[in-house]
Design a protein around this ligand. Structure first.
Ligand code: IMP
Ligand code: MG
Length: 178
């Protein structure tokens, strides 16, 4: 598949899968399927969630929240929209939110607040990537796959204007191209 100009290979499928194995153990040790709902933020969490839950206890209930802030750009629009709300009752449950990448933190902050508003007892988050620039936001994600330099990424669920999610590896944009 063609990747856009100025993007180069950053993380190979194999490296992602190896790290997911470790995250899997971390999550299995820390969460109980009878007390925890796993909520994936669509569409970025698509492959991360699929590969992670496939090796977890199948008793974990799964749900989805479709949010968008980067409408059609490489920069956040500053407002988070709910495109699809939760379908399950999360009252008195721990909710483990999964997202592809943590950037400014506004998406996870929004999701956290939303889930707590629905009566969740506790909220934790796991992200595949976290941009290093926003160190203050580390507290937002208890589980992080990789800390990465502050540029734009595509592939393995990460999109640019809705495209490139299906790339098996992750590509990064050269920092000298804005
Ligand atoms: P935040 O709200 O600024 O933390 O940005 C997180 C959200 O923006 C994620 O859910 C992603 O969907 C999207 N996002 C942030 N950075 C990137 C990127 O480098 N590539 C693709 N999507 C991104
Ligand atoms: Mg996204």
């Amino acid at each position: 598949m063609e990747v856009p100009r100025h993007y180069s290979l950053f993380l190979k499928k194999r490296q992602i899968q190896d790290r997911l194995g470790e995250m899997n153990r971390e999550i299995s040790e820390n969460y109980d399927p009878s007390e925890t709902i796993i909520v994936g933020i669509l569409g970025g969490a698509l492959f991360f969630m699929a590969d992670l839950v496939r090796n977890l206890d199948p008793g974990f209930p799964l749900d989805f929240l479709a949010l968008s802030s980067y409408l059609w750009e490489e920069k956040s629009s500053g407002t988070v929209h709910i495109n699809k709300d939760l379908s399950t009752d999360c009252r008195e449950k721990t909710v483990l939110i999964l997202d592809d990448i943590l950037d400014t933190g506004q998406t996870l902050k929004f999701a956290r607040r939303h889930v707590l508003g629905r009566g969740a007892r506790a909220v934790e988050s796991a992200v595949l990537l976290a941009k290093e620039e926003h160190r203050g936001n580390r507290i937002l994600a208890r589980h992080v796959g990789f800390y990465v330099p502050d540029t734009f990424y595509i592939g393995y669920g990460l999109d640019l204007k809705g495209r490139y999610r299906g790339l098996k590896d992750i590509y990064r944009k050269a920092t000298d191209h804005g």
